[in-house]
Design a protein around this ligand. Sequence first.
Ligand code: ADP
Length: 159
Amino acid sequence: MRIAVFPGSFDPITIGHVDLVKRALPLFDKIIVAVGINSSKKYLFTLEQRMQWLHDVFDQFPSVEVDQFENLTAHYCKRIGARYLLRGLRNASDFDYEKTISQLNHIVGDGIETVFLIAQPEYTHISSTIVREIIVGGADATPFIPKEVKVPEIVKRPA
Ligand code: ADP
């Protein structure tokens, strides 16, 4: 069984993330979209909110599961029996960062392979960071997020 973990903060999930998972469906028997919890990181949305959106978005995909984990991604993969990580590459800085992480995970995770998909041109400019700035700045983020993601008014700054 080919199980891949797609780890991330998903703060919030974007249409770029969804596209990546859809394109990876034929490659794996199961894809686990997993929120990595990093206690030193500041998030805009709560873990519960981010998890709820992931459930809503991937509800109709039978081979996609949603989960959360603490500590090392490689240890989480070992624990659940996943031999693959899924990551997206948008640009050269993604590549530089991901290269190191993937080499580390290969060692720490006893041979875990990271499978990279190059972002499609129409999604290359989309990141959760930009989406958060748009939301906090009071602009409309709907072009960048799945329809299931309903942003609460409370986080928006008046225009
Ligand atoms: P992290 O906090 O680990 O950076 P993110 O939630 O920002 O997690 O991203 C998770 C993964 O999704 C990363 O591999 C990232 O490269 C990929 N990704 C993010 N945005 C896009 C996009 N627009 N197109 C393709 N892949 C993307």
